[in-house]
Design a protein around this ligand. Structure first.
Ligand code: FAD
Length: 778
């Protein structure tokens, strides 16, 4: 059977003519590899696949979905692999938009892609609505148009770590592509007719584990090791031979630092025997009754079994950039943003602290003076981007850490390496020409970026100390996934923090440019209507705090929110406190508008709508209500649909944002129902306050917005299911939006007396009809 498959396999190889000797020579079988990528993750996975294809005896024809001149699916006879991410509220990435539109055309017949064999890897984030929607849409359409899937689709969740699904999916891909090539060849030649029992599969390769892990619960998914083990059994100390796209299995036990514990892998020998630890030891009594000192694990040290395990580390990403620094006579000073033309420079005309000083989170309202730009016409529901630089002290630290402080004003020259082996490699297009090193680190690269495993792998090569090398290898290995999540990903450890913890690691500047993404602007929702505040734009944000952790001796603030806070601190005012007249010069920032065409109050004023926005999620709804108030004043005769707002915070007296304004909206009738809950107020105190406010006692038991929604289930479902109304949800993506979604599902189940699946379909319909809209972040 093996021989037979090899013969068949060879029969699909193409023959071409060698340019040197004019003799026919064998070329490797090809497959088409298409990606759609917003932030570069799908692209980099696709590039990784293309790079190792040759090792698998294949040629990958890599192309971005937007370059439709480079591929032709209408005539494609080889397997096609799609790697696509999802962005925003389930939309395709910009460079996949046109492709998705094309395949969605109703005029295409059901056998349009009958000839096509495909596999698809969808990237998404379960913290956001419409998980992997772009991948799912492409898949649905391919199938509707007759294409055949040759390998189970992978749905990778950035919420728990893409690699949980991506790694096993890639591991199984090669076998699947070869199977598909065989099958396609046999279909073409009829070679295998009658060879029952050895015929290639009709259905996706069933020997390949089902990697549709999105069907597993979060808890199950977090158990990465067991998921992987089920996909690719790797013997404990074997050096895995088969290379794969993202994880070339390299035995690195030989790189382990000499351990007094003895031979690698003998857990019982070395346990607790390990070298020194500076962390506080924990004393435990083991079964033997002998007190046993267990050292604490940290970013820089591991414990058995990891510290004794052989490791499967990712393939070393190929270097592709040459970077040189040139001393120039007169370096232009570049302290601000370049390419400002497309941005608006606006001054901050007012900054107010909305929360009390003892509140856990600090929420600030900033007012921007946009009067100089009549073209900024924002609507409630729009957001806008704030452009912020990296923190000056961190840029200086980074320069010092790289040993480049003296060259900070040198001009950076970046080109592709002559021996570049990375397919599709390019000089990052977001780095302008002729900039100084200081400018590069201040405005172009996200130096707070949390290093991905591929970056850690690359750092190993530049780390002198054996113990540190081993730890970096662990952190990027399959076996070290839990540690990677615990010490790097979850605390959002930055590259600089990592480099500080591994002092013998001295990466070249080119490596940082290859691995750090573009410094992104931060979006904020407009919290005002231009009908109420012409020439002004308000927004509200919490100053994000990252606590100290292993690898971060002191806490730090979020990049943009920390920067804004420093900027406005001298002019900050507090509610109820008179603003000083001789205020200092107003700081200026750069912004650009990001219109949101669907997160808007209904244009039909009679449509009822519900707003759910705890914390700073209330921001767009202030704009909604300011606009509604104006509309009511201007159209006294019109019929207005009822409006509900569900707000929540910790304490009534500490962080109830816009309390006065919201209560005024309610008393004026602009807001028909204001439902507020406090998650940390004492129950009794709460009930007293609620009694004072003459609202129901049961309302006092609500902790979170979803509890309040449930309490008003009847009215809400009535608005959504019978009165064609809308629901808007804004704020924290991680918990709140999911809880609200689950609650809505329960409410629909009860109201319509249907099962989970039907309730899900009803919610999906509401989304499709743009009557269930989310604007969530976090
Ligand atoms: P970074 O240094 O970039 O750190 C980011 C990390 O901070 C994230 O990984 C996450 O863990 C955490 N984080 C992100 N947002 C928050 C948050 N709001 N509270 C606590 N932790 C957070 N934020 C607002 O405060 N108000 C808004 O009106 C608002 N509107 C947004 C609209 C859109 C369309 C989007 C996509 C995001 C919006 N955000 C809003 C989030 C905002 O863009 C930033 O992500 C946030 O202010 C943190 O930026 P940073 O640079 O300070 O943090």
């Amino acid at each position: 059977m093996v021989v037979f498959r090899v013969a068949l396999w060879q029969s699909v190889r193409h023959l071409s003519t060698c340019a040197v000797c004019s003799m026919p020579c064998e070329v490797k079988p090809r497959f088409v590899l298409l990606y759609g990528s917003q932030k570069g993750q799908a692209q980099s996975i696709a590039e990784g696949v293309a790079e190792v294809a040759e090792e698998h005896g294949l040629v990958a024809e890599l192309s971005c979905l937007s370059h439709n001149e480079k591929y032709n699916l209408e005539k494609e006879k080889s397997p096609v692999v799609f790697i696509v991410s999802t962005t925003g509220d389930g939309e395709p990435p910009d460079n996949a938009l046109r492709f998705v539109r094309r395949i969605k055309k109703k005029t295409l017949s059901t056998d349009h892609y009958k000839h096509l064999s495909y596999a698809l890897l969808a990237l998404g984030d379960t913290n956001y609505a419409n998980f992997c929607n772009c991948g799912k849409t492409i898949e649905r359409r391919l199938q509707e148009l007759g294409a055949k899937q040759f390998y189970a689709t992978g749905y990778a969740d950035d919420g728990v770590g893409l690699e949980v699904v991506v790694d096993p999916w890639l591991d199984g891909l090669w076998k699947a592509i070869k199977g598909a090539l065989s099958k396609m060849a046999s279909d073409r030649t009829g070679y295998l007719k009658g060879e029952a029992g050895d015929s290639p599969q009709e259905t996706p390769d069933s020997s390949i584990p089902d990697v549709q892990l999105n069907l597993l619960s979060i808890a199950e998914r977090q158990n990465c090791e067991s998921v992987r083990a089920s996909v690719e059994p790797v013997s404990k100390f074997a050096s895995a031979a088969s290379p794969s796209a993202s994880a070339t299995q390299t035995a690195v036990s030989d790189l382990r630092p000499a351990s007094p514990a003895g031979s690698p892998g003998l857990a019982s020998q070395s346990h607790g025997d390990a070298s020194v630890s500076t962390s506080a030891p924990e004393t435990k009594t083991k079964d033997t009754g002998v007190p046993h000192v267990e050292l604490a694990a940290s970013l820089t040290r591991s414990l058995p079994p990891l510290s004794e395990s052989s490791l499967n580390v990712p393939a070393l990403p190929p270097l592709y950039l040459d970077v040189s620094l040139q001393e120039v006579d007169s370096v232009e000073r570049m302290d601000g943003l370049l390419n400002k033309d497309t941005l608006y420079e606006v001054s901050i005309s007012r900054a107010v602290q909305l929360t009390r000083g003892d509140s856990v989170k600090m929420a600030l309202l900033l007012e921007l003076d946009i009067s100089a730009y009549p073209t900024i016409t924002h609507q409630p529901g729009d957001s806008f981007d704030v452009f912020c630089p990296n923190r000056g002290t961190e840029v200086e630290d980074m320069l010092r850490r790289l040993g480049l402080h003296e060259q900070r004003n040198h001009r950076v020259h970046i080109s592709l390496r002559k021996d570049n082996k990375k397919r599709g490699a390019q000089v990052p297009p977001y780095i302008p020409q002729n900039i100084s090193l200081l400018y590069l680190l201040t405005w172009c690269l996200e130096i707070r970026h949390v290093p991905k495993k591929a970056f850690l792998r690359a750092l190993v090569e530049h780390t002198g100390d054996a113990v540190q090398r081993r730890r970096l290898q662990e952190l990027c290995s399959k076996q070290g996934t839990a540690d990677y999540n615990l010490y790097v990903r979850d605390p959002s450890l930055s590259v600089l923090e990592l480099l500080s913890a591994f002092p013998s690691c001295m990466p070249p500047l080119s490596l940082l440019i290859e691995h750090l993404p573009k410094l992104q602007p931060r979006p904020y929702s407009a919290a005002s209507s231009c009908l109420r505040h012409p020439g002004k734009l308000h927004f509200v944000f919490n100053v994000v705090e990252f606590p100290a952790c292993s690898g971060r001796p002191a806490g730090r603030r979020g990049l943009c929110t920390g920067w804004l806070f420093d900027l406005i601190n001298p002019v900050l005012v507090f509610p109820g406190k008179a603003e000083s007249s001789g205020s200092p010069a107003l700081p200026k920032i750069h912004v650009s508008l990001r219109p949101n065409c669907s997160f808007r109050p209904p244009s039909d004023l009679s449509v009822p709508f519900i707003m759910v926005g705890p914390g700073t999620g209330v921001a767009p709804f202030i704009g909604f209500l300011q606009q509604r108030e104006k509309e009511r004043q201007e159209n006294p005769e019109a019929t207005f649909g009822e409006t509900w707002l569900f707000f929540g915070c910790r304490h009534r007296n500490q962080d109830y944002l816009f309390r006065e304004e919201l209560e005024d909206f309610e008393s004026s009738g602009t807001l028909s129902h204001l439902k507020v809950c406090f998650s940390r107020d004492d129950q009794e105190e709460e009930e007293e306050e609620e009694a004072e406010a003459a609202t129901t006692i049961s309302a006092a038991r609500c902790k979170y917005v979803q509890h309040n929604l449930l309490l008003h289930s009847q009215q809400i479902t009535d608005i959504l299911l019978k009165r064609n109304g809308c629901i808007f949800v804004c704020g924290d993506a991680k918990n709140m939006a999911k809880d609200v979604n689950d609650t809505l599902m329960d409410m629909i189940k009860t109201e319509l007396q249907v099962d989970q699946l039907e309730a899900m379909k009803t919610l999906a319909r509401l989304r499709e009809e743009k009557r269930y809209l989310q604007d969530i972040w976090g």
